[in-house]
Design a protein around this ligand. Structure first.
Ligand SMILES: NC(=O)C1=CN([C@@H]2O[C@H](COP(=O)(O)OP(=O)(O)OC[C@H]3O[C@@H](n4cnc5c(N)ncnc54)[C@H](O)[C@@H]3O)[C@@H](O)[C@H]2O)[C@@H](O)CC1
Ligand SMILES: Nc1ncnc2c1ncn2[C@@H]1O[C@H](COP(=O)(O)OP(=O)(O)O)[C@@H](O)[C@H]1O
Ligand SMILES: [K+]
Length: 459
């Protein structure tokens, strides 16, 4: 994802339309706004087109109006431009843009490929899948072009859904704000994503992740104020060890690994027998507990998991402990809770119900009362109050054990701040940054070594 988009707002089509209406009410005309959009897209096309001939596809709605506007601006700048349409009439601002365009115009069926294709067929107003013949023409023209620039969304993508369809663009210029289809699902079809700021005020409760701000320890700090983390292990001790090491390198003041296996990742992590978990959970100095990595699902695992869930300790629940948890039990907790499911664990706990990944994760957070980190290439972090954050970690993380590392970092950050949303965001950012710093083909064991550098970048 384009790093310039850090912190950018993500809105639904309805929210975008409401924001546009408010903008009109404040005195901006629809034509002025469309011209703003068209100029912003034309600028991006000009950046990459290098004077090559351009074919603009202009659909029946305002996305098509933007298309005519882009054609008009590019022609003014000396570009060789042709427009292809579906042959409709246009209304409102789109009709104004259509009338401004006096250059060559053809039917989509008759259009011949050109090196640069600007896709203004459909935007956030797509209501049904594009008919097969139009879709076929779009795909042919896109495949024959050297550069495909989509206006707002790649035509065929439904703005409010996980991206799964639509033309494959090299560049997508999102207008005013990002939409769900830019950030969740198969987002690669957007190509390089650019946000055109149209000076429209949009809601800010859903955003792309941005680098967090962390604070160095103060003179008054000691190991317990920095955060005591207990990692409860089980049948696969290596996973808990990975998590404990990550908690230590993720900034915890003190890490205890409660496992039958006495091996620790390094000497600073303290090993304890897990027979006294109840006493450990009652320790008032405790900052956060992590349960799940390598826990197993036997009776002993169930007992440990229930003890942790029943405690009033800040808790990170990962892996096997998610399989042993229930939504009702989670909803009863009053202490901060972070859940870190991958998509399989998520579906098992919360079901595969409808909506995009943002909506499903927000719904899960609401039902469980927990912060939910729904992992994957499009990681969504959601809070019960509806706030949500999207991150796109490096795909090199798709290797065993990296989830244990993330859970360990989350526990360390939770112990430090006791604020589970903040902790989850910090953990996801630090994890992704450590992966970038680790370079290609790392193994999970080496990932946490890069956390101090990632933390240094947040100070
Ligand atoms: N509202 C505004 O003033 C602004 C809107 N902007 C542009 O406007 C777009 C949204 O415009 P619209 O709401 O007009 O929607 P679109 O232009 O995305 O498309 C809606 C039109 O396509 C038709 N349609 C929907 N699905 C179809 C299908 N499968 N096959 C054939 N026809 C189909 C609809 O009946 C409607 O006529 C945004 O994506 C953006 O590009 C920008 O110009 C900024 C300003
Ligand atoms: N293709 C991918 N792109 C980016 N991140 C990924 C991808 N696949 C997995 N990840 C990340 O790697 C981690 C894997 O966690 P998980 O599936 O729990 O694995 P494990 O249990 O083996 O540690 C998660 O943080 C997830 O977001
Ligand atoms: K489009």
């Amino acid at each position: 994802m384009n790093p310039a988009l850090a912190g950018a707002s993500i809105v639904t089509a309805a929210q975008m339309r409401a924001a546009e209406v408010a903008c009109f009410a404040a005195g901006v005309s629809q034509v002025a706004l469309m011209e703003r959009a068209a100029r912003a897209v034309a600028q991006q096309v000009a950046r990459f087109a290098r004077s090559r001939p351009v074919l603009v596809l202009a659909g029946p709605g305002n996305n098509g109006g933007d298309g005519f506007g882009v054609a008009w601006v590019l022609a003014e700048w000396g570009y060789d431009v042709t427009v292809a349409t579906l042959g409709q009439d246009w209304n409102g601002a789109a009709a104004v843009m259509r009338d401004r365009w006096t250059g060559p115009t053809t039917d989509l069926d008759d259009a011949t490929p050109r090196p640069v294709l600007v896709d203004g067929l459909f935007g956030i107003g797509l209501t049904r899948p594009i008919a097969a013949p139009v879709r076929g023409r779009l795909a042919t023209l896109a495949a024959a072009a050297e550069l495909v620039v989509a206006i707002d969304v790649p035509s065929g993508s439904f703005a409010d859904q996980d991206a799964s369809d639509g033309v494959e663009a090299d560049i997508t210029v999102a207008l005013g704000a990002l939409k769900p289809c830019h950030v969740v699902g198969d987002t690669a079809r957007c190509g390089h994503l650019i946000l055109a700021d149209l000076a429209i005020a949009v809601p800010g409760d859903t955003r792309l992740i941005a680098r967090p701000v962390l604070h160095p320890p103060s003179r008054a700090d000691h190991k317990y104020t920095r955060g005591l983390v207990i990692v409860i292990g089980g049948t696969m001790p290596g996973a808990a060890r990975l998590a404990a090491g990550a908690a230590a390198r993720g900034g915890a003041g003190y890490v205890v690994l409660a496992s039958d296996d006495a091996r620790v990742p390094f000497d600073a992590v303290v090993s304890r027998k897990p027979d006294a978990i109840a006493a450990m959970l009652a320790d008032p100095k405790l900052g956060a507990v992590l349960i799940g990595p390598g826990l197993g699902r036997d009776d002993e695992a169930r007992t440990r998991s229930e003890e942790a869930a029943a405690s009033d300790c800040p808790l990170v629940i990962d892996g096997d402990a998610l399989a042993l948890a229930s939504i009702d039990q989670l909803a009863c907790r009053t202490a901060p809770t972070i859940l870190t499911p991958h998509s399989g664990e998520f579906d098992r706990l919360f079901g595969t119900g409808g909506g995009n990944k943002l909506e499903r994760t927000r719904d899960a957070a609401r039902r469980s009362g927990a912060i939910v980190v729904h992992k994957g290439a499009d990681t969504v972090i959601a809070a019960p109050d509806g706030q949500s954050i999207v991150a796109h970690p490096p795909a090199w993380l798709s290797t065993a054990g990296t989830g244990d590392v993330l859970a360990g970092i989350a526990a360390a950050r939770l112990a430090a701040s006791r604020d589970p949303m903040r902790a989850a965001i910090e953990a996801v950012w630090l994890h992704a940054r450590a992966a970038s710093l680790a370079g290609p083909a790392f193994v999970a064991d080496g990932l946490a070594m890069h956390l101090p550098q990632a933390i240094a970048e947040c100070l």
